[in-house]
Structures are given as C-alpha cells and as structure tokens.
Design a binder for this molecule. Structure first.
Ligand code: TXE
Length: 496
C-alpha cells in the first residue's frame, strides 16, 4: 500500500501500520486502501505545521510569491483534472462528468485566490497627526486545521487550502474518511509546486479517532470545518479553551419560494434541479419548496412527473442524471427521515424508498422523493435530510412566504421566483440567509462570499472575505517626532 499520510514534507504510513478501505457507494467495491493515522501521527503533523510556521520558512514569502505558488498548483490541477475527477467519482459514486465539473471549480478556486493575493491588502490610516504614520498590515494567522466533508470532497478542501496558502498559514488537512483520494492527489501537487516542508500536512482517518487533537491542541490557531451541525458544535466546544478562530459551514434547510407571478416553467425546472442534484447531498440544496397556493397543483404535479423520470446511475452510466447516497448508514437515515415525515402527516407523492432496480442492488440509491402537505413545525421541514427529499408548503401572501422562508434555525441559502421586480427585491432583502437567488437557484462563483446566517455557520469562504479568515490584522503606529507623553507629572518633588 502506498504511503498516504503527508507529514513534514514526507509521505508516510501510519505509525502502527493501520489502514482502511474506501468503498464505492455505487457497488461497494474497494476503490482504495489508505493509511489511518494514529494520535501520534496527528501530533507529528501539528508539530510540523507549528515548527514550519514559527520558523518563517513560508511567512517570509511575499503575498506575490505565495500567489504564484497557488497559481502553479492551479496549473497542475488542470493538468491532472481527469485523473483526480476519476478518484473523486470512485469515492463518492457521482458521475465522472459531475466530478470533472467539480475539479474545474477547484481550479477556479485556486485561480481566484492567486489573483486576490496580489492585490494590495495593507493600508495607511489618517490619524490626524502630521508626525505619525499609521499602517494596517495583514499577517498570516498561524496554524490551521482544515476539515472537509464527503459531498464535494476536493472543492470544500480547496476553499480552505487555497486561501491558507496565499495567506501564508501552515496547516493540516483532514478530508472525510469516506472520500480521501482527491485530497491525497492535491497534496502531491502542493509538494510538486515547491511548497516548503511542513507547511502542508495531510492526516487521514475518522474524525472521532484523529479529530480530537486537530480541534483542541493549543498549537492550532484556527479550525476551518465543513460538515454537520453536531460536529460543528463539538468543534466550538473544543476551541473554547484556547480561543481558536473558527470558520464553520454547517449546511442548511434552504427555502425555495415560487410566487404565482413567476416564470413558472423555469421555476419548476430549477426546483427539480435544486432538490435532486447530487441526490440532495448539497449543503445549499433547495429541498424546502414554498409555493403560492394558486399554483400549487400545477407546480407539484409537474415536479412529481419530472422526479419519476430522473435516471439514477453510477459513475460510468452516461445516461444517468444523478448517483447514489454516500453510505448505507446515510441511506438508512434518509429512509427514517421520510418515515418520520409521513408519521407527522406529510403526504408521500413519490419515492420514499431505496431504488429496487437490479442494477442498483449493490449501491445506496434512494428514489427522488416529494412530501406534500407539510407544515413548518414538522421534523422533515426543519431538519436537513441531505438526501433527495423535497418538502412542500403553501402560502397566500408575501408576508407569509417571508415568514416561512425565515422559520428555520439555518440560514445558508434560499431562492425566490417572481416577475415583480420590487417584490423580489423586498423578499430577497427580508430573507435571512447567506446567499439569495432571485429567479435562479444554485449557482455560485469563487469571487463571491459563501456562508451562513444563524446555525449554518460562522464566517465566509470564497470572495475576499475567504482570504481574510486566514489573516491577522495588525495596526503599526510610528511616531516620527518622539516626545514625552506628559500624562503623569515629572515633578521632582519627593525625591530628596
Ligand atoms: O458529517 P461530519 P457526516 C451534514 C448532513 C449530513 C450530516 C452528517 O446533514 O447528513 O452533516 O454528515 C470530521 N473532530 N453535512 O456525519 O461527521 C469527519 O471525519 C474533528 C453537511 O458525514 O460532520 C469529516 O471529515 N473532525 C455538509 C468531517 O468532520 C470530525 C457536508 C465531516 O463529518 C469530528 C457533509 C470530530 N470530533 C455533511 N467528527 C455541508 N455543510 O456541506 C467528525 N469529523
């Protein structure tokens, strides 16, 4: 087995020789066997990151030099795009074409941060005193743990690694144990591009085994995490003792509002995509449909017809439109979620169970599902299933649509459809979510900030703010005509 941990500039096996198999969600075959780090490997990785940071080996590079490195990694990613996409498709079960789109987005992320790095970050401050020069400078934050999920494995890691490199941080990457292969490939490219030893480190294994030190060790300055709410809460608790900076992206339950005055055909088509793309395993999936009562039947009947036609299939199935769920336990969780919705009074219109097609027998395929007659207090409306399950609620007034759209502890994203420009602007402003799409659902660009209100997380990735997360801000005040402060008396009385 190849050595797959990357610690202090060297590829290593786990210190106890431990390894685990990665299984395809499509047919359960073993697609890779990778090292599973021990606690002592994790501590070695933290030591390497801390030592490299404190030595100045990378922080001494200018922003322009680090941007050039990130740009070079983008070139290497582009060179290896198909190979990496195949690995990601093996791990996630998603179609190769989708994985290729994702790796193209990874390249775009690296290019965005490389371009941002060469912009001027520091600034002069006019403090109103001729003899004082005052400057705000930006410095690398320190050592970061970068922990990623399994739905968009390399993309979510890229949103963290690219800005961390531009900023000059040292870091430890930990991808999901279910999808480690693309992170291993990225680490090879980071090495090939000439990153100094110890700056980038890779730890593999389940969070419950290798995560504790990554989120609590005092030598870690920051944890950037994308994953479930419960894990996010665990990370916040662990970060308290040493007041670590946190960047958390914890998913959402995203409202998708259709007004009767919208282009309803376009809205329906986008609603199908929003809910069922990647079988709903998308943090910004539009799985909570909120539709004006007068068009409910037209919209829902058409969505159900479309859902029935969605073709499920594995990586190599050219006719497939979406793939399996990530694991058996996730499939079981989504099944229970639908059962609970029905028990609470929702009406199952389609799906609600595992695919029974013979070609899906070995995979974790769940049918596109629509639950109608939902109300806001139901578990299935409030909680994220992270599967292909759309819930439907109705409204009569604009105020009701806004209230429903905001009746959630999450706040990652939301969409609305209306041809009334003023109404669309009012609703977009009233919805408390980090991204709002008007007459659209789903697109994002690395140039625009991404992140959540409320329990969807803390901080923002991408955009300009996505780099700021990895920087400290320092104010340097220089008095060019030093003089006494004169605050306390320098009277010599009492010295005799
Ligand atoms: O995520 P976890 P899971 C949501 C989605 C899903 C649920 C649970 O609703 O059903 O989360 O998914 C690492 N210390 N999202 O259980 O456990 C873990 O190894 C340090 C939303 O797969 O949060 C993995 O690398 N690390 C989401 C990462 O955290 C720990 C994407 C995510 O795993 C750890 C995925 C610990 N104690 C799921 N425990 C999104 N926001 O896009 C786990 N990890």
């Amino acid at each position: 087995m190849a050595a797959t941990l990357y610690i202090d500039g060297a590829w290593k096996q786990a210190s106890d020789g431990g390894a685990h198999d990665v299984h395809s969600p499509h047919d359960q075959r073993v697609v890779a066997t990778v090292s599973q780090a021990t606690e002592s490997d994790v501590l070695d990785a933290i030591t390497a990151a801390r030592t490299s940071f404190d030595s100045g080996v990378f922080t001494s590079w200018s922003f322009a030099e680090r941007s050039a490195l990130v740009s070079k990694i983008a070139d290497l990613l582009e060179r290896d795009l198909k190979v990496i996409a195949k690995k990601e498709s093996d791990d996630t079960g998603k179609r190769i074409i989708e994985a290729e789109y994702d790796i193209a987005d990874v390249v775009a992320t690296f290019r965005h941060f490389a371009a941002l790095g060469v912009k001027e970050h520091d600034r002069k401050v006019d403090v109103g005193l001729a003899h004082v020069s005052s400057r705000i400078v930006h410095e690398p934050l320190g050592v970061a743990s970068l922990i990623g999920p399994w739905n968009y494995p390399l993309l979510q890691i890229a949103w963290k690694v690219a800005p961390a490199l531009v900023a000059g941080c040292s870091f430890i990457v930990k991808p999901s144990e279910l999808t480690p292969q693309s992170a291993i490939a990225l680490m090879h490219l980071i090495e090939e591009a000439g990153t100094p030893k110890g700056v980038a480190n890779l730890i593999l294994g389940p969070g419950s085994v290798v995560g504790t030190s990554l989120i609590s060790d005092p030598r870690i300055d920051m944890v950037s995490f994308t994953g479930g709410l419960n894990t996010g809460q665990t990370i916040m608790k662990a970060a308290v003792a040493t007041v670590k900076r946190l960047a958390l992206e914890l998913g959402g339950k995203n409202p998708h509002i259709i007004f009767a005055d919208a282009d309803v055909d376009a809205a329906i088509d986008n609603a199908v995509t929003a809910a069922f793309l990647h079988s709903g395993q998308v943090c910004s999936a539009g799985t909570r449909l909120i539709v004006e009562r007068s068009i409910h039947d037209r919209v829902v009947n058409e969505i159900v017809r479309r859902a029935a036609n969605i073709r499920l299939g594995g990586p190599e199935d050219l006719a497939a439109e979406t793939g399996p769920l990530i694991s058996k336990s996730h499939l079981e969780g989504v099944t229970r979620y639908v059962e609970k919705g029905i028990a609470e009074g929702a009406t199952l219109l389609i799906g609600g169970k595992r695919s029974e097609m013979p070609e899906h027998a070995d995979g974790w395929y769940f049918l596109p599902t629509v639950l109608d007659n939902c109300t806001t207090k139901m578990f299935c409306v409030q909680e994220e299933s992270f599967g292909p399950v759309m819930t439907v609620e109705v409204f009569d007034t604009e105020a009701e649509a806004i209230a429903l759209g905001n009746d959630t502890v999450f706040g990652l994203s939301g969409g609305l459809w209306s041809n009334d420009v003023a109404k669309a602007a009012r609703v977009a402003s009233a919805l408390r979510h980090g991204t709002i799409w008007v007459n659209d659902f789903g697109p994002y660009r690395p140039q625009a900030e991404w992140g959540g209100y409320k329990q969807s997380g803390i901080g923002r990735e991408l955009g300009e703010h996505g780099l700021s997360e990895y920087l400290e801000i320092k104010h340097i005040w220089t008095n060019n005509a030093p003089s006494k402060s004169g605050w306390f008396s320098d009277d010599k009385r009492g010295e005799d």
